[in-house]
Design a protein around this ligand. Structure first.
Ligand SMILES: *[C@@H]1O[C@H](CO)[C@@H](O)[C@H](O)[C@H]1NC(C)=O
Ligand SMILES: *[C@@H]1O[C@H](CO)[C@@H](O)[C@H](O)[C@H]1NC(C)=O
Ligand SMILES: *[C@@H]1O[C@H](CO)[C@@H](O)[C@H](O)[C@H]1NC(C)=O
Ligand SMILES: *[C@@H]1O[C@H](CO)[C@@H](O)[C@H](O)[C@H]1NC(C)=O
Length: 485
């Protein structure tokens, strides 16, 4: 055993303590030690686990709260069936001021959000990374310096091959043949004067087809791309499922381990694991700050109210951002052009999917067209998109949106959806602990639209959409109505 010496040291320490105090009962489990302990086997955690264990020189442990992804999650059209299944997706309820409850869903399985996503593969805009470089004063965050890592991620098999793309990475990036209404979408964009461009090479003001993290029609998640091919084959990589991190253990100001609750055959137990080099938190935008606060790193008032021994007072959980989207409906006068689950998912298309890896089963709710546009509200920065549009060539996504039956339409017509999404929201929210029950759901408040600039841009975006659908109708001929909410 390569690391037995350190485990031995831990044993000696606990034996020494036992000898001195005699009070604590002997520990049944010897605490284990790894070089790296990764909390959260999600999109980032799976990539980190693979890369950190590649050399074979370091031992790596992944603690994942969820279980293995269900095999059906490989089939894009079946993914939405899991969005309300709390074995794979965690749903947070977020009460809003007007009394509505907003649901916020995150993946809770190996691969995290990337295992239950719509497979949309988009880099950020270069400006996003260049802003990070400015804030940190570290040029390595600039887009041109990150490009080699983006390329390293990709096994690019899309329609825009260029020096912007990599071919040897674990994540296959591709396009679909079956994309309902994509040609009409791109054609309308071109009619309006927008170029059609590679969404990833680098992102510009344009209309684009969606590129997918998908291989032979099957969902490629961070789990299936990075972790699955090596899982069980590397003695230096261990994954514990159904392991909920409860606290980071500090020795003075250094993180040295993690306390977690695990679940073996339905029996919960509390465990400790130690990290020789680093404890890495990749538990997502909600659970990572919650774990820091539970461990004593957080705002003073939160730690005091929750009676948590402070390690350091920091504004953890502040500055929470989410790119809110508004759905817009358009009615199309030929139902057969859209993705209709009841019609398009059938034994014949299942057989086709099995043989070709394409067709309706390779589609997630008909998502296929997107656009990066800039409204006037951002004034000068016209080359930087502030609205992203997604076209969903279907009237619903099971588990997320029902078909809006109240929309007036004839039986040969169908309503599809466009989502207008803020790319750079200015509103800032927070995530904090439930101070009376620190291990229950963290309290989330996105503060959507509290900065008036966001609302202004969204309204502008929707107006653009209205102009757009009128032209879409004129150009393509089968749109006859646009409904804005
Ligand atoms: C609807 O679209 C289908 C498939 O492209 C086509 O065969 C059919 O003629 C269209 N119907 C109408 C009324 O345009
Ligand atoms: C899918 O393909 C496999 C072999 O590649 C075959 O065994 C199976 O029967 C096929 N299923 C369907 C529904 O066609
Ligand atoms: C836009 O231009 C005006 C006038 O040149 C300037 O005052 C303002 O700061 C600029 N805004 C941005 C966001 O660059
Ligand atoms: C905190 O958690 C308890 C137990 O789950 C719950 O009853 C209470 O409503 C929560 N507090 C808030 C502010 O949500």
């Amino acid at each position: 055993m390569k690391y037995s010496s350190k485990i031995y040291v831990v044993l000696i320490i606990s034996a020494f303590q036992l000898h001195l105090t005699t009070a604590p009962p002997p520990q049944k489990k010897v605490p284990e030690t790894f070089d790296f302990v990764i909390v959260g086997g999600g999109t980032a955690g799976c990539a980190l686990a693979r890369r950190l264990s590649d050399s074979g020189e370091h031992s790596v442990l992944v603690l994942e709260a969820g279980i293995l992804p269900h095999l059906d999650l490989d089939v894009p059209a079946l993914v939405p069936n899991f969005l309300s299944n709390d074995k794979y997706v965690r749903t947070y309820s977020i009460p809003q001021e007007d009394g509505r409850i907003m649901e916020y869903k995150v993946g809770r399985t190996l691969g995290g959000g990337s295992s239950v996503s719509a497979m949309i593969f988009n880099r950020g805009h270069p400006n996003d990374y260049n802003t990070w470089a400015e804030i940190t004063g570290d040029r390595s965050w600039r887009y041109e310096n990150l490009l080699k890592y983006f390329k390293r991620t990709e096994n690019y098999d899309g329609i825009y091959p260029s020096n912007q793309h990599g071919r040897d990475g674990p994540i296959t990036v591709t396009s679909s043949k079956y994309v309902p209404l994509l040609d009409e979408w791109l054609g309308a964009g071109q009619f309006l004067g927008y170029p059609v461009a590679d969404p990833n090479g680098p992102q510009t003001i344009s209309f684009c087809p969606v590129e997918y993290a998908k291989r032979l029609g099957r969902h490629v998640s961070s789990y299936t791309g990075y972790l699955k091919p090596v899982l069980g084959l590397r003695p230096n990589l261990k994954v514990v499922l159904e392991a909920e991190a409860r606290k980071i253990i500090f020795r003075r100001n250094q993180a040295v381990g993690v306390q977690f609750r695990s679940n073996t055959d339905g029996i919960p137990s509390d465990n400790v694991v130690y990290a020789r080099k680093e404890v890495i938190l990749s538990a997502g935008a909600i659970e990572t700050p919650a774990l820091l606060m539970k461990s004593g790193i957080g705002p003073k008032h939160v730690l005091e109210a929750a009676r948590i021994r402070p390690i350091k007072y920091l504004n953890v959980g502040q500055n929470l951002q989410d790119h809110i989207a508004t759905p817009l409906d358009i009615v199309i006068n030929n139902r057969s052009l859209a993705f209709i689950e009841e019609n398009n998912l059938n034994p014949q298309t299942w057989k086709d999917y099995n043989e070709t890896g394409d067709g309706p089963y390779a589609s997630y709710g008909g998502i296929g067209g997107q656009a990066f546009i800039s409204t006037t509200s951002q004034g000068n920065q016209t080359n930087i998109p502030n609205i992203q549009l997604f076209h969903l060539g279907s009237p619903k996504i099971a588990g997320l949106f029902e078909e809006k039956l109240e929309i007036h339409k004839a039986e040969w017509e169908v309503n599809t959806m466009i989502f207008a999404e803020l790319t750079n929201p200015s509103s800032r929210g927070s995530v904090t602990l439930n101070v009376t029950h620190v291990n229950s759901s963290p309290l989330i408040d996105f503060q959507y639209f509290t900065n008036p600039a966001d609302l202004e841009i969204m309204i502008d975006g929707n107006l653009k959409h209205e102009i757009f659908t009128k032209i879409y109708k004129f150009k393509v001929g089968f749109i006859f109505e646009s409904l804005i909410y």
